[in-house]
Design a protein around this ligand. Sequence first.
Ligand code: CUK
Ligand code: CUA
Length: 671
Amino acid sequence: MRRFLSLIVVSLVLLAACDSEPSSMPTVDTGATGATAVTGALPSDAAAIATERGLSPDDIYAALKTYTPSGKTDPYIMISSGGQSGQVLVIGVPSMRILKVIGVFTPEPWQGYGFGGSGDKVLAGGKVNDKDVLWGDTHHPSISETDGSYDGQFAFINDKANARLAVIDLRDFSTKQIIKNPNAINDHGGAFVTPNTEYVIEGPQYASPIGWRYAPLDQYKDKYRGLISFWAFDRTRGRVDVAKSFQIELPPYWQDLCDAGKKVSDGWVFCNSFNTELATGGVEAGNPPYEAGTTKNDTDYLHIINWKKADAVFKAGKVEQINGIAVIRMQTAIDEGLLYFTPEPKSPHGADVTPGGEFVVVGGKLDPHVTIYSVSKMLAAIEAGGLQKDTYGVPVIPLDKAMEAQVELGLGPLHTVYDDRGYAYTSLFLDSAVARWTLGGPYADKHPEKAWTLVQKLPVQYNIGHIAAVEGDTATPGGQFVVALNKWSIDRFANVGPLLPQNFQLVDIAKGGEQMKVLYDMPIGMAEPHYAQIIKADRLKPYEVYPEVGWDAEQMKVDPNAITKADQAKVVREGNQVEVWMTVVRSHFVPEQVKVKQGDHVIWHLTNIERTRDATHGFALSGYNINLSLEPGKTETIEFDAVLPGTFTYYCTEFCSALHLEMLGYFLVEP
Ligand code: CUK
Ligand code: CUA
């Protein structure tokens, strides 16, 4: 509180000092932490600047909370979905500066991802029925976890459009693997990891006939199915191991968002769903449109899945192989007692497990409440047995046997994250607000307010979808900031035409009670991100340069084919195959002339032999659509047929030194 007051004092002094002499600037104590005191020297024109720019004390407070001086880095890093860009955004918090756009499902030229180098291999993993699909609709990033907390090693993200999953290695913030789910059209409830990243969960969205085959829509009830995938993650290799992964067949409800249980609910996963009506649309034929057909019922089903039991069932071989992956059939799942439902109101969205794993919070797009489910109650109901079955034979826990509380928050509650003081934060899509409310149970003592009550609603601009908090979906949430991922921006930014940026708003939640404040607007001008996670920066241990010269960044080990010194560079011809070993260093390629004959098959290894941080070189080969990024130590291999005769250059695309423009070579293809 003292800190807050002193900041306000600064603001007010700044404003009040408009006309007074700068020498009257006071000494300011920044507060209770005993942190550095700002002594004296506020710039003499600070007050004048504030007046001229029309800054209110709140604005000045926000600036003080977010301004990140040159050379200082952010304490938090946000790993955000890149929406339809197919990429992942890396953003510093609270500065809200974009640090990197990681190429994931979409080629990314700066990183040389998808232009001849090893990124091509990664992208090829994302082929759909042998067709290149070079974009994605990324929704939910998920940082790898150990014991329910981010460990900063890997990140995963789904492509809703094509049911694909990508693995990003956070040692170099680059994509290492894309897999196509062979049994689903699209997905949504992924990526979400289990507490020790044993599995990466990928829930489906719109149902399809099992095995992703053809079936007419009038056979929807019998032939169409939902599906949840558990992709086994091998940390040592940094890859999903499809052979050790399995799926569970589900009724053709549209499973939406999942979250893994943790701590007391470790071993379970919870997914909300919609369209238990089994609507199949057809407004053109006089049927109710999907938006009406799928919202007719007052409740849908929260799916409660025992993945540890499923894992045992899978390992016991009670599966069917479908398109190369083990599937636990729905009847098996029911018989083995690993699938349960409980009702969730109305038009549910989101399923967010509390930090200790005790509760699951579900929003309702058309219900003003969030519904809080008690894991222990649900487990007791399962234990007690005698449950009624739904149409497909899945046991249903009655709502009153599963629910802990409901909290009325406002219109369109979607997603919920947590802090370390017993508060939950829910996005209210229709209200365009962030709701702060209190948790009960073991959290009730952490805050002064009554449990399960709304504390504050903070307006945001506009139509917030997800909300992210510092480690706010883990067992160890922070509590400094939340970010509202807003769908619309309308009047927040300069008009750049009818397609407007999305708007991330940084919200200060550092204090309890009615103290939330919007601090900063950040335009996202590339897509509509859905979810983001915010990790404490010191959990990340990325490389500064690749560990050894000759590093194959796709395999994350030394490429035995790489050369490490310029005097090893060579060009070797064998028949019509020409193999080039090239070194790259400030400011030359060796060799600087590569001569081949038209039609030769060219294999070209390039190694950046630099050990200096940031001494990255590019390699652009004109006319052949080849472009690489060679960070210090990295090796890339390109392979192509020299079908185009003529004179070409390869040159460095990173301004690496004063003689960068001289960093080039000629590639001559003799007709
Ligand atoms: S969904 Cu977009 S706002 Cu894909 Cu997580 Cu809710
Ligand atoms: Cu290397 Cu420019």
